[in-house]
Write a protein that binds this ligand. Structure first.
Ligand SMILES: NC(=O)c1ccc[n+]([C@@H]2O[C@H](COP(=O)([O-])OP(=O)(O)OC[C@H]3O[C@@H](n4cnc5c(N)ncnc54)[C@H](OP(=O)(O)O)[C@@H]3O)[C@@H](O)[C@H]2O)c1
Length: 243
């Protein structure tokens, strides 16, 4: 039986991912801050899918703990999904570097810190899949969230490089770029329904990408075309828009 490690496992998207993989027979390691609060998710996964599920303590910002965290996992994972992220407050972050720093560290530095360790282990074993949940926000910086977007852009570039490095070593890397998703992160925001996904839809897209060994996936699919237009809009027009 294969094992999936979900990093940042307390979010709605992470729980949906846990069910998607457990539904296909994966044992699940849920890594999150205050892991005790995942007890109900753990027992739900076990009962519904008849798999092993364990919650373990993990803080993406506690870089120094990552090597020991990974060494102490009850099983070596076959798939690692990096789900944690922090939208933060763009306006605050423009004048308060503490907030900017937290956005950068959560979405980028923390991901690099733990995925470097996972990548080296998978490379040594000659197998495994790393899945990074990045964002369409990383495809082009815009005024409303460019600090979060720039950290996700860095994460997207990191995943691309990792894929290139590990391809010949039997390790696959998938970049997932969700558009709008209805979760705690976007609670209260006026999201346009036709292009807003439910966490379960993102999880289904991620599992399909894993089965097909896709490289870069947008979720929902139409975001690939929306972002194609946004990326190719001339800067002279783009900079005048209120985005
Ligand atoms: N929602 C969207 O529209 C959208 C769009 C594109 C991409 N994404 C990405 O999708 C992923 C999941 O986001 P979501 O929408 O489900 O948002 P969310 O509910 O806010 O989930 C974010 C998760 O990240 C965890 N996290 C933050 N800092 C952490 C840290 N230092 N250590 C460990 N875990 C930490 C949070 O844990 P706590 O519960 O402990 O705070 C939370 O469970 C994120 O990477 C996000 O950037 C979301």
């Amino acid at each position: 039986m294969k094992t999936v490690l979900i990093l940042g496992a307390a979010s709605d998207m992470a729980v949906a991912l846990a069910h998607a993989f457990a539904g296909q027979g994966f044992n699940v390691l849920l890594a999150a801050r205050q892991a005790g609060r995942l007890a109900e998710t753990v027992s739900d996964l076990k009962i519904r899918h008849d798999v092993a599920a364990t919650a373990v303590e993990f803080d993406a910002l506690d870089f120094a703990s990552h090597a020991e965290f990974y060494r102490n996992l009850p099983a070596g994972p076959d798939v690692a999904i990096c789900v944690f992220g922090y939208l933060g407050d763009q306006t605050t972050a423009q004048s308060d570097f503490t907030e900017a720093h937290k956005i950068i560290d959560t979405n980028y530095t923390g991901a690099v810190s733990i995925l470097n360790i996972v990548a080296n282990d998978f490379e040594r074993r000659g197998s495994g899949t790393i899945i990074g949940i990045s964002s369409v926000a990383g495809d082009r910086g815009r005024q409303s969230n460019y600090l979060y977007g720039s950290a996700k852009a860095a994460f997207t570039a990191y995943l691309s490089g990792l894929r290139n490095r590990l391809f010949k070593r039997g390790v696959h890397v998938i970049t997932v770029k969700p558009g709008f998703v209805r979760t705690k992160m976007t609670a209260g925001l006026p999201l346009p329904k036709p292009v807003t996904a439910k966490p379960a839809q993102v999880a289904a897209d991620v599992f399909r990408a894993y089965s097909r060994q896709s490289n870069v996936v947008y979720s929902l699919w139409m975001w690939r075309f929306i972002m194609l237009l946004i990326r190719h809009m001339p800067e002279g027009i783009f900079k005048r828009l209120k985005l």
